[in-house]
Design a protein around this ligand. Structure first.
Ligand code: SAH
Length: 231
């Protein structure tokens, strides 16, 4: 499957070791879990087909990495279900020239998908072991040249690189005021909002007249927490 390129920003290619059964599983995942449930953006479909999701989980879980579910990634955290990654990526309506802030790198899988869709991804993770492992996996995928990672508290956003065109939060909780402040005019904040594991995807667009809010899918994410954990 092909995807479009722009002159300014060549699309990255991912260096996946040829593991054929897993590639077949990945194509099936895109067809049966992503396309069949209404994801249409060809760039999102191409990114989901290209990024080797099995490299982002422990080897023992690789065979399940294309299943229709979230999986543990250590430190009590999870890699999100493939459909949710695709859904959130499509809702951002990325064209290729955006700078995107992700809160919650986790294993780096969503980071990798975003890196295929925009100009640069800035991603913050509060748990050091996950941050370190995500860096290695993203390097292995040859995507680190379009990603900047930080081990820190994403509730503060990332002032140094603000403003962003989009901010995507991959842990559930309440919005931090810093995020809206760090968006460009027209920028989008997408997050699972709510308390105690019961969340709803909320999309907020920063307009000159105020914030436009759309409430979307009900979902359940790991919690958004404050502070850095040196695990
Ligand atoms: N996108 C990730 C999802 C990981 S789960 C993936 O595909 O793997 C959400 C992650 O958010 C967890 O790793 C958790 O540690 C992290 N997180 C929670 N609160 C955070 C905060 N305040 N700042 C940064 N990361 C946070």
């Amino acid at each position: 499957m092909g995807y479009s390129t722009t002159a300014e920003s060549p699309r990255p290619t991912v260096n996946a070791t040829p593991t054929l059964p897993l590639e077949r599983s990945r194509r099936r995942m895109v067809r049966e879990q992503i396309e069949a449930r209404g994801i249409r953006d060809p760039r999102v479909l191409a990114a989901m087909a290209a990024v080797p999701r099995h490299l982002f989980v422990d080897e023992g879980l690789a065979a399940r990495s294309y299943h229709d579910c979230a999986l543990p990634i250590g430190a009590g955290q999870t890699i999100s279900q493939p459909f949710m990654v695709a859904r959130m990526s499509e809702l951002l309506q990325l064209k290729g020239n955006e700078r995107v802030l992700e809160i919650g790198t986790g294993c780096g899988y969503q980071t990798a998908i975003l890196a295929m869709l925009c100009q640069r991804v800035y991603s913050v993770e509060r748990i050091r072991s996950l941050h370190d492992r995500a860096r290695n996996t993203l390097r292995q995928c040859r995507l680190l040249n379009r990603i900047t990672l930080l081990c820190g508290d994403g509730l503060m956003g990332w002032e140094k690189y603000a403003p962003f065109d989009a901010i995507v939060v991959t842990a559930g909780g309440m919005a931090s005021p810093a995020w809206m402040e760090q968006l460009n005019p027209g920028g989008v904040l997408l997050m699972p909002e709510g308390e105690h594991g019961s969340h709803q995807l909320v999309k907020r667009v920063k307009t000159p007249l105020g914030v436009e809010e759309t409430r979307l899918d009900f979902c359940s994410f790991v919690p958004l927490l404050s502070g850095v954990q040196d695990l």
